[in-house]
Design a protein around this ligand. Sequence first.
Ligand SMILES: C[S@@+](CC[C@H](N)C(=O)[O-])C[C@H]1O[C@@H](n2cnc3c(N)ncnc32)[C@H](O)[C@@H]1O
Length: 272
Amino acid sequence: MPPFLTVYAARVYSTRPARRVCPPKFVMKDLANTGPVMSSEPRGGSGEMFDAIAPRYDLLNRLLSLGIDQRWRRLLVRRLELTPGARVLDHATGTADLALMIARSEPSVRVLGLDPSAEMLRIGQVKVSAAGLSERVELRRGDAERLDGIESHSQDAVSIAFGIRNVPDRLQALREFARVTRPGGRVAVLELSEPQGGLLGPLARWHVHTVVPWLGALLSGAREYRYLQRSIAAFPPPQEFARSMTESGLRVLSIEPLTFGVCHLYVGTPAS
Ligand SMILES: C[S@@+](CC[C@H](N)C(=O)[O-])C[C@H]1O[C@@H](n2cnc3c(N)ncnc32)[C@H](O)[C@@H]1O
């Protein structure tokens, strides 16, 4: 590991609580706040799991992706082809990195960011307020599978970055994305994938399979970053995921492999 990462890791590690104890019960509320859902263990990738890593999430993102994650998000924003006044729904918005980037891309764009993790949203809200964008970026708790409060065809674009992997019923979520997007609007999905072949493929695979879980476990918790690795491996290959988009009522406009296939950007539009 490069020395600067060692120093950085050591500094952050030293701020970690000595032992993170998960409460015996986690309480989650959905978008409509219709009541608590109880479970004894946070499901991998769930809002509760992200509640636990929220304070270190942004730092981990930058370290584990070597800063490239922001470049991938910028590309996504370009692919949304937003015009002044556009309304965008950003799912799994987390700490609002993408929501903020979208809002900054056009002075009058309005973004609604949804996420089930209260802690990720709390950190996101601090960033939104600090950026002076509270008028145009709203953050709310919500699940990508159930968009009950969002009218059909009401959005110019829908985005989700590094979030679709965590949604248990992906087809249902994609159907909802197609439903709420206006005809001709854009649905953009950014997601990590197994690095492919090529000259630097083995290096990228070593980074994903060795560096990411090691550094992630050091800074955040072994269980969470084992989940990250497992969920990337379990995510369908690009063509298969694109078929799910089609099945859900989206016409796929492009599939772009990024950085040796470590990540893919999928762009679609409602089919009808
Ligand atoms: C890896 S973070 C991505 C955050 C942000 N989009 C970004 O670019 O950094 C994944 C997010 O997915 C959220 N999530 C988990 N289950 C979800 C679901 N069913 N629907 C929507 N978001 C979900 C988590 O709470 C977490 O904030």
